[in-house]
Ligand binder design. Sequence first.
Ligand code: OAA
Ligand code: MG
Length: 564
Amino acid sequence: MTTPNKGSRPLYIRYAGPVLLETPLLNKGSAFTVEERQAFNLEGLLPSKIESIDEQADRAYQQFSAFEDDLDKHVYLRNIQDTNETLYFKLINNHLVEMMPIIYTPTVGLACQKFSQIYRRKRGLFITYPDRDRIDDMLQNATKQNVKVIVVTDSERILGLGDQGIGGMGIPIGKLALYSSCGGISPAYTLPVALDVGTNNQELLDDPLYMGWRHNRIEGEEYFAFVDQFIQSVRRRWPNALIQFEDFAQANATPLLKKYQDKLCCFNDDIQGTAAVTVGTLLAACHSQGTSLKDHRVVFVGAGSAGCGIAEQIIDHMVADGISETQAISQIFLTSSKGLLTDDLPLRDFQQKFAKKKSDVAEWSSSGDKISLLDLVKASKPTILIGVSGVAGLISEEVVKSMYESCEKPIVLPLSNPTSKVEALPKDVIAWTEGNAIVATGSPFEPVDYQGKSYPIAQCNNSYIFPGVGLGVIASGATRVTDEMFMTSSEALAACSPLVKGENANLLPDLGDIREVSKYIAVQVGLKAMEQGVATKVEASVLEAAVEKNYWMPEYRSYRRTSF
Ligand SMILES: O=C([O-])CC(=O)C(=O)O
Ligand SMILES: [Mg+2]
């Protein structure tokens, strides 16, 4: 990576002595120079050898490699993050492919479940319901002064693991680590937030070590009023900050997005980010097959906000490809535990438009009652199958084989996270379809060997999207995140797919290339923001330069002392 950094400019700082070594954004540990050690009262506090960041990273990598257990590795890395953020990101950048599953999906899921057991040091803000009248003060206490990106969760639906109380804080921390390592947004500008509205997870409530508010979840009007208090405080403190909603339960995710989408710079990653990466993956798959998305039939396993969000974006693309919205909707089928969504079932707002007329499809049911996934696959002959249910194993051998009977090259995306929740294992899908399926998953999987051939499994995870979208928003100064900006991010991702280069290449770019991909997405998203009038218009070359300029790389800056 050769991106120029603004790192050569010295930084004027107020801290010295042990406090400087305890400030993760500023600490350089053994890399403090002789002059800095003298100027900042550090003499005697460190071993004498002055090290480079590369030497430090080599030592840290050796220590990391000595751990066998992934959660231990996670704790180790989190500890470096809380001690020296520059070194943390240097290490992650040097070993992104190996470390991403440790700092993010799937290990972060376990870290959330065990948050109170593995807790070491403070990071981010915990905003607890009983303190709701002091949120302005709490935002003043944040160690970061110039916050540009906030990832906030209320932890009610952490990955596919459900309510994790304040343990959900692991997710904003993990997502923001990717903002910095993949999206080049300096950690000085990022803030993870956990809204502690209680938990309904009895195991946590009974756990003496649980560190959150021991109370059942606040719901309804009080809940929405509390979230609004938080949002309004953020607007007062950092009016231009981008807010990413993460892992809210379905029942709240869509209303919150609808409420704030047009009023502030925000998005919901599980709805819009997941949809964008999925559509990007589908576009890449279509491109490799020489097909158009508008000619596909899509079955969803799971009909929550993520599934409906993906379905919405697929429809937008089908319409852009030239078919009517009605036609597009007729090619999309969503199933929940009650089978195919039909108009005789109780439906959430966001599910309504996808429900089929029961009278039109009643005969598809083999039981005379609900239309099961298998019934649906037999009747609708899908070419794309997407798992967003959070339930392991729902995409069965029978279902995939039945799909394969009427589709030579099925596209199968079991997307649920973490790995333990995946709807089907890639190796099974490949075997059930005699090596003919295109498979992508939400969590990382090793390539599959089938009959002497290796099949790479793309990780269709929103990490391909949100860092680039965030960088694009910041670099362009966008004030809103529109649906069209997400649509653009899908197309930009698909344009980076290496599959076109060879039969066995991966559907999505290598993680090792994710920084370049994020920059490309950022520029496209920024241009779209300008086109839509939510960012000030500049030449593309000016935006490209802004993306480069905003792209932070983990290198130490030299320090000068501010006069006191
Ligand atoms: O975190 C991930 O890997 C993807 C995601 O947003 C989710 O599953 O909630
Ligand atoms: Mg999420």
